[in-house]
Design a protein around this ligand. Structure first.
Ligand code: PLP
Length: 285
């Protein structure tokens, strides 16, 4: 079966799914995106993802290309046309197509909309969760508004590749004070020796992950304590557990940071329990 993409109002086979050479998403990264998990054919946490999408668009003064309800139909239709049972749906909205000039097009042009969907291999993710992953630290050299989910991801691309080049799977960004901000495509968490969960507060220095937000409910539901604060890389090295969160990976334990073994070097009980509990707290639409 060939893959189908939604591109500016049409469902097209992948080979015909193309954007214009002067699309501003392509030329200036003048676009935002969302990624939702698909589970049993249903979108997970669509409401929260669309809330964040609207916040990202508003921050960049790009208008919603259609109502939320219509966008929901396009997301679901793309999932259905690609017969995704377990996987992800990707949505990108940009400022549109115009002659190349950094200033906003005047008059405004129609926003560009692209939606794709693809299957994920659940066994592969379960294997990762069972083994845990290694991460490496890299300087956080991103712009000051990474809370906006833009497609301008070059520092993230280079950080992930630096991790892979060093035999790790993820990179954690470190700010100028030596604190961990987040991962290249995940939020970062530790469990302290006295059992508290720590993740950085959701300010302009991290993307406020939807998985992170749902985990807050799961953590409270398990009677655990959360501290939203910066944590130093040194504190992470000495943590009892560490893990990462994102919509497609949910919770993946971290067993090594920069070669330092975390805890006993195996996925910890808190991360494992949160991974299991997650979908009880998420919304399936
Ligand atoms: N931080 C960054 C930089 C990300 O790119 C992502 C996901 O793509 C996340 C955090 C996790 O966000 P979410 O849980 O909404 O997938």
């Amino acid at each position: 079966m060939s893959r189908i993409a939604y591109v500016n109002g049409r469902y097209l086979p992948f080979r015909n799914a193309k954007v214009h050479v002067e699309d501003r998403g392509y030329q200036f990264a003048d676009a935002v995106y969302e990624v939702c998990e698909v589970r049993a054919g249903r979108l997970i946490d669509e409401r929260r993802h669309l809330d964040r999408l609207e916040r990202s668009l508003a921050a960049l003064r790009i208008r919603m290309p259609m109502t939320r309800a219509a966008l929901g139909v396009v997301l679901r239709e793309t999932v259905a046309r690609n017969r995704i049972v377990y996987g992800l749906v990707y949505l990108q909205i940009g400022r549109g197509v115009a002659r190349r000039d950094p200033a906003f097009p005047q008059p405004a042009v129609a926003p560009s909309v692209v939606v794709t969907a693809r299957p994920l291999n659940p066994k592969r993710l379960e294997a990762l969760a069972a083994s845990g992953i290694a991460v490496v630290s890299v300087p956080d050299n991103r712009w000051g508004r990474v809370d906006i989910k833009t497609v301008g991801l070059l520092p993230n691309v280079l950080a992930r590749q630096a991790a892979i080049d060093q035999g790790a799977r993820e990179a954690w960004f470190i700010d100028k004070s030596g604190a961990v901000t987040e991962g290249a495509s995940v939020n970062a968490w530790i469990v302290t020796q006295d059992g508290k969960l720590v993740t950085r507060q959701a300010d302009h220095a991290i993307l406020g992950g939807i998985t992170r937000a749902v985990l807050f409910d799961a953590i409270k539901g398990q009677g655990l304590t959360i501290e939203e604060r910066p944590f130093a890389l040194q504190e992470a090295y000495a943590a009892r557990e560490a893990f990462v969160s994102s919509a497609t990976q949910i919770v993946i334990p971290v067993v090594r940071i920069d070669g330092h073994v975390i805890g006993d070097g195996k996925p910890g009980p808190v991360a494992t329990a949160l991974r299991r509990a997650f979908h009880h707290y998420a919304e399936a639409g």
